[in-house]
Design a binder for this molecule. Structure first.
Ligand SMILES: [Zn+2]
Length: 309
């Protein structure tokens, strides 16, 4: 049985507990703010790519954070840059970290600049689910208008000259003078239409069946078919990488491998490397590959066992 304490002792205990809660909360927030800034730096500089990750979420998952945590940290870090007041509110408890993450997308948009204070107050006073709904609604409304984002770029003199020439030629072809921003959009679209097989128009194949052609060329229609299976991402079930994707040959050329869609699968650099080094095994068909590790265990995230029959 506990020894009864005096009222004064009891009150002292409670005060100490409360002081510790406040101090630990402050420490936890300080720590989170620091992490948020670091994640934002890594996200903005695309430094996650050095670790063969295609996104900040994937980077986070690799180093002990959930993808959502990592995205939230990066978003809050970026929002802190724009509105330093968020840090004050996080530290004094007027804003929870989840609420700050929920409004980060809005905080970062120049078209919401005048209403940032309003959103911060809302974030401090609403419950999280309600806040997220409001944010989604506001962003959806904003998306309906074409939003213009200011951007400063630094070009070498040569690139500036090339850009000027390109803008002139595109303007001539389009029959009107394009702004510099429109020119960047135009060039990006042209590049992506050419480089991203998912964006290319389906067309006639120009190269016959590659089983009979000695070349490393993979026809664009084959690339499109292979990438379409995974929506452009790495085929490994729980891998989200969609930036550094190779077409991997399921069978080596010497064993009858060819460059038809049935012999190809999209893999990120890391998984391609593992596959080449016998650390990743691919069974099944190109349409429904089954991934196993070197020990023969199924990798996580695969289709339900009842679904494979
Ligand atoms: Zn992968």
């Amino acid at each position: 049985m506990a020894i009864p304490k005096s009222k004064a002792q009891q009150a002292k205990r409670e005060d100490e507990a409360h002081a510790a809660v406040v101090s630990l909360h402050h420490g936890k927030r300080t720590h989170e703010i620091q992490l948020a800034r670091l994640f934002s730096t890594i996200d903005r500089s695309v430094a996650f790519a050095y670790f063969a990750c295609g996104s900040i979420g994937e980077y986070g998952a690799r180093f002990g954070y959930s993808p959502e945590e990592a995205r939230n940290l990066a978003a809050v870090g970026a929002a802190l840059e724009v509105v330093p007041e968020i840090e004050v509110r996080l530290l004094d408890g007027r804003l929870t970290f989840d609420a700050a993450a929920a409004i980060a997308g809005i905080i970062l948009r120049p078209d919401f600049a005048e209403r940032r204070g309003e959103w911060m107050n809302l974030a401090g006073n609403s419950d999280l689910a309600q806040l997220r709904r409001k944010v989604r609604k506001a962003l959806a409304e904003a998306e309906r208008k074409e939003v213009v984002v200011p951007k400063t770029v630094h070009l070498t003199e040569q690139d500036e000259k090339d850009f000027f020439d390109a803008r002139g030629r595109i303007s001539r072809a389009e029959g009107r003078i394009l702004s510099e921003g429109e020119t960047i959009g135009w060039l990006s679209r042209v590049y992506l239409d050419r480089a991203d097989p998912l964006r290319a128009e389906p067309g006639q194949r120009r190269v016959p069946d590659t089983r009979f052609v000695d070349s490393r060329y993979v026809p664009i229609e084959v690339r499109r078919e292979v990438f379409a299976r995974t929506g452009g991402k790495c085929a490994v079930w729980d891998c989200e990488n969609r930036w550094f994707i190779d077409l991997a040959h399921l069978f080596p050329h010497s064993e009858g491998g060819h460059r038809e869609a049935s012999g190809l699968t999209p893999l990120c650099g890391m998984h391609h490397d593992e596959f080449d080094h016998g650390l990743l095994f691919i069974e099944g068909t190109a349409d429904r590959p089954i991934f196993k590790d070197a020990a023969g265990n199924l990798l996580p995230g695969g289709p339900d066992a009842t679904d494979t029959g």
